[in-house]
Design a binder for this molecule. Structure first.
Ligand code: ADP
Ligand code: ASP
Ligand code: MG
Length: 416
């Protein structure tokens, strides 16, 4: 019939678009209650309606992972890591099953899968497992059948067939790993802020939303406290060239693109952002060699960050959550050691730093002007990190944010 001729062009176009796979990840606040899950379901169905093959990765509802962890410690002071993973992986499964129900009610087909069912294979390190393989056959089959696939974030199955979890914030990594495995060009991270800001917008109201951030900058931001993305997820994205689009669940506005560095990112602003942490432990150890010390700490699973050697002393920092493991390891070594728990960090990060001297001088001047003297300073080619007293962290962030004019419109790096 004549009408088919007129339909040919759009049909070809939509067939091409149908090839696109879209991975959408929704964080805990985005699925915090039944109403929000229904809204998320609508958004997922809309993306499917635009011709995408849609895989959605969901986090546990609201703070339910925290609740599960608390519950475990009410039962036992030292829950077995295997059982803890069995327990805390449950939250994501609940969100996915509920979202699948909501999607059915909107007239679309959906299937919810645990990490294990989705083929997320990890190593055997409970509590912070690494994804080693994605066996996506089941996801592909479901997508081929025209279904929306919901995958429980934050979890997988180990090479020993046990359920593992990927560390806090791990749903980001589930999503990016799936995007890489499925050949999706973009992984959308939906969250409760509408992008990556020049500082945590909850702490700095003047913070500006960045238009684009390089993988390297995002890695440094995440590693130095901007918990909006799990560090590992950015590593996976960079290694597999998956573009990330961090955006709001609650609006249609464009968010922040995380992708390969380009010239325009370097031109626009020297510094892209300021990040902070509150609970750092700084250890001082005497009477051993770095080789011995760090081998023992690595074995104990302590995430060592800054390391400084001064004479016979070794100084290193590690997150507060690794405190017990570090104490045990240091006691076992039979060395002299002490620790400070009154420090946090504040970091300035920016790819533009590579080609512009004077950033450190400006940072120290700004801190000194506010009477803040860093205890320890570490740098990378695109980061300067200062340990300061915990009570000074908020002020240090504000001082650096304004010293580098991150509240100005230019800080946004607006470009097409
Ligand atoms: P989700 O539950 O969606 O995974 P998270 O709580 O893990 O969300 O991450 C989002 C939060 O990250 C925001 O609410 C914000 O307070 C915090 N955050 C910290 N630093 C930044 C930053 N530079 N830009 C945006 N958000 C940030
Ligand atoms: N629910 C997990 C957590 O709170 C994983 C995630 O949300 O990414 O850490
Ligand atoms: Mg998160």
């Amino acid at each position: 019939m004549a009408t088919t001729e007129f339909e040919a062009l759009p049909a070809v176009e939509s067939a091409q678009r149908r090839l696109g796979t879209l991975v959408m990840k929704f964080g805990g606040t985005s699925v915090a209650d039944p109403g929000k899950i229904k809204d998320v379901a609508r958004r997922i169905v809309d993306a499917r309606g635009q011709g995408n093959r849609v895989v959605a990765v969901l986090s546990a509802m609201g703070d339910s992972t925290d609740d599960l962890v608390r519950l475990a410690y009410e039962i036992s002071p030292r829950p077995k890591p295997r059982e803890l993973d069995m327990l805390i992986s449950v939250g994501e499964r609940i969100s996915c099953a509920l979202a699948a129900m909501a999607i059915h009610d909107l007239g679309a087909e959906a299937i919810s899968l645990t990490g294990s069912q989705a083929g997320i294979v990890t190593d055997t390190v409970h509590g912070r497992a690494k994804i080693v393989d994605v066996r996506a056959r089941r996801i592909h089959e479901a997508l081929d059948q025209g279904r929306i696939v919901l995958v429980a974030g934050f979890q997988g199955v180990s090479t020993d067939y046990d359920i593992t979890t990927l560390g806090r914030g791990g749903s980001d990594t589930t999503a990016v790993a799936l995007a890489a495995a499925l050949g999706a060009e973009v992984c959308e991270i939906y969250t409760d802020v509408d992008g990556i800001y020049t500082a945590d917008p909850r702490l700095v109201p003047e913070a500006r939303k960045l238009h684009a951030v390089s993988y390297e900058e995002m890695l440094e931001l995440a590693a130095s406290g901007a918990k909006v993305l799990q560090v590992r997820s950015v590593e996976v994205a960079r290694n597999h060239s998956v573009k990330l689009h961090v955006r709001s669940t609650f609006s249609a506005a464009d968010g922040t693109w995380i992708r390969k560095e380009d010239e325009r990112m370097l031109e626009k602003a020297l510094i892209s952002g300021v990040s902070h942490t509150r609970d750092e432990m700084l250890y001082r150890v005497d009477g051993t060699t770095p080789a011995r010390l760090f081998a023992v700490l690595a074995n104990a699973g302590v995430n060592v960050d800054t390391i400084v050697r001064a004479g016979s002393e070794i100084l290193f920092s590690a997150p507060a959550e690794d405190r017990d493991a570090a104490s045990e390891a240091l006691d076992g070594l039979g060395v002299e050691w002490n620790a400070r728990d009154d420090l946090g960090t504040v970091s300035v990060i920016g790819a533009g730093m590579k080609s512009h001297p004077g950033v450190a001088a400006r940072a120290f001047e700004a801190l000194a002007g506010a009477g803040i003297e860093p205890d320890l300073v570490t740098t990378s080619p695109i980061k300067i990190s200062c340990h300061v007293r915990s009570e000074d962290v908020d002020r240090a962030v504000a001082e650096l944010h304004s010293a580098f004019e991150l509240d100005a419109p230019e800080a946004e790096r607006q470009h097409a």
